[in-house]
Write a protein that binds this ligand. Sequence first.
Ligand code: NAG
Length: 112
Amino acid sequence: MRTLVTILLLTLVCFLSYSSAYPVAKGMLNRKVCCLKSTQMQVPKGKIADVAMTPSDCEQQAIVVTTVCDKKLCIDHNWIWAKNLLKEFEKSTANNSPPSAPFNVTRCTEKV
Ligand SMILES: *[C@@H]1O[C@H](CO)[C@@H](O)[C@H](O)[C@H]1NC(C)=O
C-alpha cells in the first residue's frame, strides 16, 4: 500500500514537472499568461505564429511562443536562440504587420 502511494506521488511529481513548461493563465478574464518554468526547445519558425515576453508582473520571465496550432510554450528567455527568435519576430512584425516568412508559413497539422 505504501509503495503504491509512493509510486502515485512520483508519477504526479513527474507529470507536474513535465507539463510545467506550458504557460498558466493568470486570471480568468484576460489572456495573460505566466510561466512557472521554461524550457530550451527549438520550434521550427514556420510553425510559430507569435513570440512574446511574459508580462512584467509574472514572477518568472520567459518567452512565450505560440504555434500555428495555438499551443503556447515557455522558452528560456536567457537562451541565445530564444533571444534571437524574439528579435527576429519583432522585426518581422514591425508596424503591426502580420508575421512574415519564415514565420507562420506551416499550417497546423500534427497539433504542435
Ligand atoms: C498565420 O497565417 C494564417 C494563414 O495564412 C493566417 O490566417 C493567420 O492569421 C496568421 N497568423 C498570424 C498571427 O498572423
